[in-house]
Ligand binder design. Structure first.
Ligand code: BES
Ligand code: MN
Ligand code: ZN
Length: 506
């Protein structure tokens, strides 16, 4: 279960006596050759004068404090009402990514202490140029609080939620940051839930709960299961390896009244609730532990679609969550099976651990044939190969639309969910040739390597003439470190990228 989520309050005007009501104060600082600087505009000025803060004295007492972004100096405060702490938060040169780091550092520092904290000078007098930085700061402040644990009552540590009061005319920025961080929290809850709890039907229940919680007639959900999936050969071949309740396709739609003629974006998410590899069992066995997050793509598109009700862009969005468990069992598919994907394409299954592309192919074909998308985007923890090339900081992005690639790259930079445009190498087309079926689903490793590229080429077979983007998030979808905005495990990568891109359909 998630740890307490921080709350945000806005204060339009700050009187000097208000300062005493908080448990702690946080003030941005910079340091250069001339010494330490506080941003002394607006509300921080009130705090600084009230505290009698003396930059030179601080430099003298803490000469090593460099106020690098995310570097925090915690000072005890006495005799100022309730206030017990001052956090000087280094912001470097106050760039967007520096503020993101600062927000995450402050969030980590105070996580669980139950404080009410007045945050000034990160935000005061925000010009439009600072807008992105404020959003990054506030979102990071929230996201860095994320935690998930399932502990018995006795073992549970008491952790209290924090409340941050931010001052200044930044209500829009704070609201946007909350939309982004709520989406991350929601998606991470799904990703961190263990797979003995999250089977495909559980995913459907969660999707319904999130849709209900949005309280919006623009957002609807429907679920296909059992015989309704008769034509979804990929989803069935993978999902029928697991016992009850079997695979699900969860369809979440954002379609406000009057949206008929707006652009239609269809998102397809890989939703493998656990990936054992199937009969081609994953090795080394340890590598399986991470596979509870193999539904991270589905979690990201669900969270992003639900967020639309708060942003209300002029775009129709349909999310297709392709949910199945890839199990080892008597009903599991075999290497050499031939399956029929949605739309009729036959596929020879070589390695049952390449299950993601099979469930995605059904989703992409269904979108192409039934939903008339203007944009078709899939998000998937698809190949280890993607992270071999790019590591964990960038998702591998495949598309033939270089303009859209540039747009998404830009949004990725802004949201810190960065994507790298990869080539769909046509020379590798023979990798998809099969003797028995229309396509083979895994390329001969020795001949082609490039496992992330050949997976993308396979998916492309199912998108028709659509404007299509494939995001392989196997790298950035999971974090190995507990630092900054991340804890070990699912990151919910893709949620912010999609929300901000969809928001641009104003
Ligand atoms: N879910 C995995 C990919 C993955 C690996 C995600 C590591 C996150 C971290 C996917 O289903 C898979 O097993 N892919 C295979 C494909 C291969 C059999 C062609 C892989 O990457 O090894
Ligand atoms: Mn697999
Ligand atoms: Zn997988």
């Amino acid at each position: 279960m998630r740890l307490p989520q921080p709350q945000f309050a806005l204060q339009a005007a700050l009187k000097p006596q208000d300062i005493e009501k908080f448990d702690a104060l946080a003030v941005a600082v910079q340091k250069d050759e001339d010494g330490l600087h506080f941003d002394s505009t607006g509300f921080s000025h009130a705090v600084i004068t009230r505290l009698n803060l003396d930059a030179q004295a601080i430099v003298k007492s803490w000469p090593d404090y460099a106020a690098k972004s995310g570097e925090i100096l915690e000072l005890p405060i006495d005799g100022l009402g309730k206030v017990s702490r001052l956090y000087l938060v280094g912001v470097g040169k106050s760039g967007r990514e520096e503020l993101r780091r600062a927000g995450a550092a402050l969030g980590r520092k105070v996580k669980g202490n139950g404080f009410t904290i007045l945050v000034t000078s990160f935000s005061d007098g925000a010009s439009s140029a600072l807008r992105e930085s404020v959003i990054a700061f506030v979102a990071a402040l929230s996201i860095s609080h994320y935690g998930f644990e399932i502990k018995s009552a006795g073992a549970k540590q008491k952790r209290a939620g924090n409340t941050f009061t931010v001052s200044g005319a930044i209500s829009n920025e704070v609201a946007r940051a909350q939309v982004l961080s709520d989406a991350i929290w929601n998606a991470r809850d799904l990703i961190h839930t263990p797979s003995n709890i999250k089977n495909p039907e559980w995913m459907a229940q969660q999707a319904k709960a999130l849709v209900r919680a949005a309280h919006s007639s623009s957002l609807t959900v429907s679920v296909k299961s059992g015989r309704q999936l008769a034509q979804f050969g990929g989803l069935r071949a993978v999902g029928n390896s697991a016992p009850i309740p079997g695979p699900r396709m969860i369809e979440v739609r954002y379609a406000p009244t009057g949206s008929k003629n707006w652009a239609h974006v269809v998102l397809v998410g890989k939703g493998i609730t656990f990936d054992t590899g199937g009969i081609s069992l994953k090795r080394p066995y340890d590598s399986m532990v991470a596979m509870k997050s193999d539904m991270a793509g589905s979690a990201a598109i669900l969270a992003a679609t639900c967020a639309m009700t708060k942003i209300k862009p002029k775009v129709r969005v349909t999310a297709l969550m392709m949910c199945a468990e890839n199990m080892v069992s008597g009903t599991a598919q075999r290497p050499s099976d031939v399956i029929t994907q949605y739309g009729g394409t036959t596929v020879e299954v070589i390695n049952t651990d390449a299950e993601g592309r099979l469930v995605l192919a059904d989703g992409l074909a269904y979108a192409d044939l039934e939903l008339s998308p203007d944009y078709l985007i899939d998000v998937a923890t698809l190949t280890g190969a993607a992270s071999m090339g790019l590591g964990k900081q960038y998702a591998a992005m495949y598309t033939r639309d270089s303009k859209l690639a540039q747009t998404l790259s830009d949004v990725g930079e802004r949201t810190s969910e960065r994507v790298w445009h990869m080539p769909l190498v046509d020379d590798y087309a023979p990798a998809l040739e099969s003797d028995v079926a229309d396509l083979v689903h895994t390329a001969d490793k020795v001949k082609f390597s490039a496992g992330s590229v050949t997976a993308a080429l396979f998916l492309e077979q199912f998108v028709g003439e659509r404007r299509w983007v494939h995001l392989d998030i196997a790298g950035p979808g999971r974090s190995d470190v507990d630092s900054g905005e991340y804890i070990k495990g699912g990151t919910a990568f893709g949620a912010r990228l999609l929300i901000e891109w969809l928001a641009s359909f104003a």
